[in-house]
Each structure stands twice: as C-alpha cells, then as structure tokens.
Design a binder for this molecule. Structure first.
Ligand code: ATP
Length: 514
C-alpha cells in the first residue's frame, strides 16, 4: 500500500512538472479540490473528450449532441430532486476536527476485508498451485470463511442503512466496526448529518430581489429540459440519445486524491430515450458498449470491473459503475443508470408542459424511459495517466520515466529534432514540422543532447521522435524513434505522414468500436 502511495505521489508531481495538472490558484496557496490543466493536460483532456464525443455522435446515427448552459431555472433542481435529496452523509471526528463521508468510511472498511480475503487467497494459491480451487477454499478455510461472513454481514447492514437513509445506523456501524479517524486515530465521532452538495449563487441585483440559482451538479438536467426541443427539431424517433460534455460542480465534503474528487469537474453524459419496457435491454446494451469504449484504449482489460449499486438514487431502477484500478484501489470512473421516466415526468409536473413522445408504431403518447451513461472527464484523465506512467530501468543501468499514453490521446504526436544546430539541419527539420503540423500536434526541439530530448518527449508520452541528420540532406530519410520500444528505423520523409497517421489517429481507435 505504502509503495502504491509513493507511486501515486510521483504521478501527481510528474503531472505538475510536465504541464499536465496544476493546483488552482497556486500562488495564493491553492483552492482545495480545484485544479487547472496545463499545456499538455488540456491536449490530453481534449483528446479524451473527442474520443467520447465521436464515439457517441459519429458512430451512432441516433445520437446527437447539445451544449446547454450551466445556469438553469432553479425549479429544475426542485423537480429533479436535487434540492431535497442530493445529499451526502457527513461525520466529524471531534479530536482531529476532520470531516468524512460516513458512507466512504464504511466502504473503506469493506475494502479492507476484501484485501484480507484476497491476500489469503493469493497465499493459498501459491501453496496449492495447479490444484487450487478458490470457491472451495473460501468456504472451507475457517479463518477466511469468518472474514467473508463478517464482510457480507457488514455489506448487508450498510446497504440497508443507506437505502433507508438511516443516519443513526450509519454512525452505529462506524462505532461497531471500530473505525478510527486516520488523522487522530480516535473513535470520537459526532452524529451523522446530511449535507447538500449543490453550490448556490445569486442572479440579478439584490435590490430587485435576486433569484437563487445553483451551479449544476450534473449536466444531465440540461439534456432533460431540452428533450422536446431536440426531439421535435431533429425529428428524432425513439430510441435516440442526446450527448453533452460540460462542467459540473459539487461541494464535496471530502476532496482528496488529486483530480479524482473535485469541486469543479467535467462530465460527459449521454441520455438515451427508449420505449417504456425496453429499458433493461438498453441498460445491458450500454453497459457492454461503454466497457468496450474503455477497453479499446488498451490500458489493460484486467483493470476494469463492474460494480452494481447497493443504494439506488431516487430516480433509478438499475445502476452499475465501471470501476478502474487506480493506485489507490478500484474506483468509479463511469456510471450507467436506468433513470426510468422520473426526470421527464417531474419536469412535466413542475413546468406544466406536456413532455411526451408520440409513438407512430404503438399509436400512443407516453413519457420515454432513459438510460444514462455518465463519465467524469477528470477521472478518465486520471485513469489514463496512472496506467500510463512507468519508471523504466534501461540496459546499462539508465532509467527513464515514460508515459505509455494511448497514442491517439497523446498531447503531442511527434517531435522533430535536428541532430545538431547547424549545417542546414534545423531548416530541414522546420520544413518537416511545417508539413506535419496540419495533421498532427508536432513539436520542434533543438535544445540539449538528443538523448535528453528523447527523455523529455517520453515524459509527456509523445509516440514518435523524428531525427534529422546529415544523411537526411543527402537521401531524404530520417530516423523515426518509437516511444515504447525505443526502436529507431530509417524512413523516407515522404512516408512519415502515413506511418504516423496509421498509429495516432482517433479513427483507428473508433474503428475498434464499430
Ligand atoms: P462518487 O460516488 O464517487 O461520489 P457519484 O456516484 O456521485 O460519484 P455520479 O453522480 O454517478 O457520481 O457522476 C457520474 C460521474 O461523474 C462519476 O462516475 C465520476 O466520473 C464523475 N464525478 C462525480 N463526482 C465527481 C467529482 N467530485 N470529481 C470528479 N469527478 C466526479
């Protein structure tokens, strides 16, 4: 665990050192859980957004995009249930004065049991080798069976307390499990209270009686309130989807772990409107589709798992998370929710407008059901960054830090370098840049030794380095060096475009999904 913490710390400082992510307002000592993306970060982030946007809107004839405003009529949040129910249970430790989410403390306790079980299983597998039967072991090994029973009992009690919104029971679980504050090490806990996560602000001058408005805690409501606009103007027929990428804001109680939990973040959400009764079919479809989108990046299939929700949100009848193995454990990156017709019905009720679909096949009007896929751009960014980072030992005792970013997502696709700063090599290198830059993010670099320049590009995940030397002037060939294998091949300048394009275009990634 300590080792993983170390790796995570290194990733965070690497992200800063190489212009990916900066603490917001850093010269004023920062603003908690708010971050800025630097020159490389913004490119990586934009590429992630493009991959998502194009996978949604280009590959599905029946999905269109919108861009709705962050400010919305405050009644929207009343109708959606966020004013009354968008709460997290918080608890304070009286000694450290630190605040925690009660549900997260209990989830961490569950993860501890899971870790213990996994360790015992790994030990036994080593001992028994080929003949090891995991299911049998879990049932028959007394010590492990006891941990499994404790874990299951806790899980059941926790799910019941969350579903009943039973705050006293949540506190009691924390006491019974003897969970201590990681800072003070004590069990001196306050009561559990509900805390609404929405930020409020005022619109209009106070003299005229300003209106309280909220910063949206999700982008989804902007889609629901535009359902009729899009359906009518786009002549959309069910099933169809509306996609949107945009900022969301939550006053998170505990905001740690870098960009994993932020107070201002970005979501990519898609609401898929379907005939009532067909929602489970599409829920299964989107679960599978979304996992394929993740896996196509090649970060490692074993790093993903589904996690079904124990507590369903007030609007949902089924929900699953796609979790990714971060250095601090498996964590939610995306949620797939079956939201029933809750949101559209509520907006119909609160707005007094008829929000329905006339189905020519069934010859009737009804409120569509909705399957939503909701992914955080920043969490996606973090999962890409963490799984790409490697400190590599090289032959001869050298080391390098390399980001094995999926090539289509890399902020810079190729760097062109003259071997020396004379003899017409810089001019030739510039010529190549001026040709490639129309299609690829291309860097020109002539400072320091060639080895140092390669390391700099490795550290930001540039898939290709192109070196121009004296031979280039004679025969029009350059050295093409690949980031991951560090292999160098001699290629004709005329072939560069094709060679690079085949590997770094989003197109190649999207084709894996088709
Ligand atoms: P969590 O349980 O971690 O608080 P959630 O279940 O509340 O997340 P959703 O409401 O389902 O999250 O939001 C959809 C997605 O938005 C999440 O899967 C996540 O990627 C992203 N997200 C939610 N809250 C944050 C946040 N505070 N910072 C960054 N990303 C977030």
């Amino acid at each position: 665990m300590a080792q993983q913490d170390d790796v995570f710390k290194k990733i965070v400082s690497h992200a800063k050192e190489y212009g990916f992510v900066f603490q917001s307002s850093e010269i004023y000592d920062g603003l908690s859980a708010v971050y800025d993306y630097g020159q490389n970060g913004v490119e990586l982030k934009n590429n992630i957004k493009r991959y998502w946007w194009e996978a949604m809107t280009l590959l599905h004839e029946n999905i269109v995009g919108i861009d709705s405003a962050i400010f919305m009529h405050p009644t929207i949040w009343k109708a959606s249930g966020h004013v009354d129910a968008f709460n997290d249970p918080l608890i304070d430790n009286r000694d450290s004065k630190k605040r925690y989410r009660a549900d997260v403390l209990i989830e961490e306790q569950l993860a501890k049991y899971d870790d213990k079980i996994a360790k015992e299983v790994a030990k036994a597998r080593k001992r028994f080798g080929e003949s090891f039967d995991e299911a049998m072991f879990l049932q028959t090994n007394g010590r492990v069976a006891e941990i499994v029973a404790k874990r299951d009992a806790l899980h059941e009690r926790f799910a019941a307390a969350m579903n009943d919104n039973n705050l006293d029971e949540l506190r009691q679980i924390i006491l019974d499990e003897e969970i201590v504050c990681p800072i003070s090490g004590t069990r001196n806990w306050t009561e559990v209270r509900q805390f609404n996560l929405m930020f409020k602000t005022e619109m209009g001058s106070t003299a005229d009686g300003a209106m309280t408005v909220y910063l949206r805690p999700e982008t989804a409501q902007g889609i629901f309130v535009n359902y009729l606009n899009v359906q009518k103007t786009g002549r959309m027929r069910l099933p169809f989807g509306i996609a949107q990428i945009g900022k969301a804001f939550r006053n998170e109680i505990v905001a740690r772990q870098f960009i994993f939990r932020m107070r201002e973040f970005e979501q990519m959400e898609m609401q898929f409107f379907v005939q009532p009764g067909r929602e489970m079919e599409y829920f299964a479809y989107w679960k599978e589709q979304r996992l394929r989108w993740h896996k196509a990046l090649g970060l490692g299939d074993e790093k993903y798992r589904y996690h079904d929700h124990d507590k369903l949100a007030h609007y949902a009848n089924a929900a699953t998370d796609i979790e990714f193995q971060m250095p601090f454990g498996f964590k939610e990156v995306e949620g797939i929710h079956s939201r029933t017709n809750f949101d559209l019905s509520q907006h119909e009720k609160y707005s007094g407008k008829k929000i329905q679909y006339f189905d020519p096949e069934r010859n009737e009007s009804y409120t569509p059901y909705v399957i939503e896929t909701s992914i955080g751009v920043d969490r996606m960014f973090l999962s890409v960054l963490c799984s790409s980072y490697e400190e590599q030992k090289l032959e001869g005792g050298d080391t390098r830090v390399v980001l094995h970013l999926p090539e289509a997502l890399a902020p810079v696709k190729c760097a062109v370098m003259p071997l020396v700063k004379k003899d017409g090599l810089p001019e030739k290198a510039r010529e190549i840049v001026n040709d490639l830059k129309f299609d690829f993010a291309t860097h020109y670099d002539e400072k320091d030794s060639i080895g140092k320049r390669y390391r700099r590009q490795d550290a930001i995940g540039t898939p290709f380095c192109i070196t121009v030397d004296h031979q280039t002037l004679e025969d029009g060939t350059v050295t093409l060096r690949e980031r991951d294998s560090m292999q160098q091949t001699r290629v004709a300048i005329a072939d560069l475009h094709r060679l690079i394009h085949d590997r770094v275009s989003l197109n190649s990634l999207l084709r894996k999904l088709a």
